[in-house]
Ligand binder design. Sequence first.
Ligand SMILES: Cc1cc2nc3c(=O)[nH]c(=O)nc-3n(C[C@H](O)[C@H](O)[C@H](O)COP(=O)(O)OP(=O)(O)OC[C@H]3O[C@@H](n4cnc5c(N)ncnc54)[C@H](O)[C@@H]3O)c2cc1C
Length: 642
Amino acid sequence: MANFYDDNHDLQFYVDRGIDWEPLVELTEYGYRTADGFKNRDEAVEFYREVLRTVGKFTAEEIAPVAAAIDHEGLQLVDGEVVFPPAMVRIFEQIQGLELHGLSVPRELGGSNAPLLVQMMAAEVMGRGDVSVMAHHSFHGGIAMAMLFYSVFEGTTEVDRVKGEIVRTRWQAEIAEIVRGEAWGCMDITEPNAGSDMAALRTKAEQDEAGNWYLTGQKIFITSGNGKYHFVVARTEKAQPGDDAFAGLKGLSMFLVKAYEDQPDGTRVRYATVERLEDKMGHKGSPTAAIAFDRSPAQLVGKRGEGFKLMLLLMNNARIGVGMESIGLCEEAYRMAKAYAEERPSMGKTIDRHEMIADYLDEMASDLQGMRALAIYACYFEEMARRSEIMGKLVAEPGSPEATRLARQEKEYAARSRRLTPLLKYITSEKAVAMSRMCVQIHGGVGYTKEYGAERLMRDAPVMTIYEGTSQIQALMAMKDNLLGVMKAPQEFVKKVAQARWRAMSAADPLERRVARLQTLEHQAIQHLLRKTAADKLGKLRGKPVMSWTAEFFQHWDPKRDFAYAMLHAERLTQIICDVVIVELLLQQARDHADRRDVLERYLERAEPRCRALLDRITSTGDRLIAELRAREAQDTASAAQ
Ligand SMILES: Cc1cc2nc3c(=O)[nH]c(=O)nc-3n(C[C@H](O)[C@H](O)[C@H](O)COP(=O)(O)OP(=O)(O)OC[C@H]3O[C@@H](n4cnc5c(N)ncnc54)[C@H](O)[C@@H]3O)c2cc1C
């Protein structure tokens, strides 16, 4: 019998050996102190494995077989309500029966209390069956957990410190409703003139004399936007004259809007309207809606002006979710392509034996393992950070050594998560596009038809590089984090460079030497971009040690202009950093598990020439284009002055 978990040995590696479950299970189980919780790590992990097996079987037997039908039938908007295709309705009835909506919701709120990591692995498995089912499903448990997390953040969740259980939380009834599968939610940020540029958001929040909030405005592209509970980012504070773009972000607040209420007589009263469903190239089972708010009653989440910060808290999980979705699609693209290539004869042998096709398949397999390592650790670090924070704030005695330890742990894991998350979103979504295209290519003519489903993957993939922050925005974040990190602590960077050089020559393990050589390529790219960034205004720094740059760098700093060269190469730098981070993670695995050395070796074989080529492009291109852009800017300024 087909099972998308049982047939995935790389994913099983993480559950069985690759993940350090002990600290995560201990946090998830509140230190094993609740009466109805697991009493040790092994009991808990066995449950997680069972959940993944269930999702694997359900996806292989129920979701994958109807993916083409969902794609074909699509969604309709009838009298202001979205009508799902019958196959999708049946799938969600089954998900409800399997109680998967509350998988990571705490037991005391009606859920199964599994770590988010398990939820995310299940998302990968489900995404392999159909990404639109996976996406819509994630707006159930994901929104329930956002409600809980926001309530903890604003201090409206109460915990019994002895039992370690939640006694009450602000949106308890709403969470229970979602866990039962009777409602779901969504995240409303984008507007017609504000996508990547959130500072341009215009949806307005107003308060009446009694203190009640009302929202007015339009949001577009809202996934699962026909849901009941909308987290909406809206403007509460006016930007002051002369403010920079970030003042726009400071004026945003977060609200929860109940979009409708069902009445006892079966009618529905709407407070926010579904104006339109987008007619998309793919993701046909996942509703993407334009939503109108017209003095819609709203609840303020957190404090006024915290909207951007609260959005970012949720965004990290959402990006990991897109990473898992992308990997699920890549896994399907790889398996579909491999199965076809092993059957299809051409010129005396099956096409998987032809060198170029074998090379494609080999690269896809290796990329998948690298991306999965990045995804699992990104999710683990993020969850450890968030759970340490929650345990530290709500369960540990204030001021106790335990509270101090948890606060330190939160900081360490948050820094690691922050580094990995934009990389994960960037590389997995870009690879989803590339691998779905390879899958079509390997199928030849039938790849261009609907017969095998390869073309569906190619239509489903491109949105992953767009939503939850485009690839370019992820690359800018990764580039800025890295370059500013070096500029703020140049001594650390110098130390890292020296260590990598030393290990590249002297490490006993040849694989460690190769990893260190790749790290030196990353360092060269960063140094080059910093030099170019500095060159315009600080030409005199050329040849001086990096240690002396900081003070001069930050004088008269104009990020837009001064980072131009680095912004031009941000995607290339991000690609290098992705490869470096992946080989670092795989090296750690190879040290602990000898059978993973082969995974690292194969990945390095691809990553080394790739990074050399990227470094070449970073160091040898860009001057002409930057000069042209500056000339155009100068022209615009001159025209405006006339
Ligand atoms: C199917 C789908 C589902 C979605 N779901 C949701 C949802 O649930 N909630 C929600 O709020 N939104 C959602 N979105 C919206 C999505 O997040 C935005 O489309 C995305 O943020 C990009 O914004 P935009 O479309 O306005 O493009 P723009 O911001 O106009 O960008 C256009 C292009 O310019 C690039 N660009 C922009 N600024 C820069 C820069 N400074 N440097 C370099 N390049 C830049 C972008 O990377 C992109 O390539 C969804 C979109 C789609 C298609």
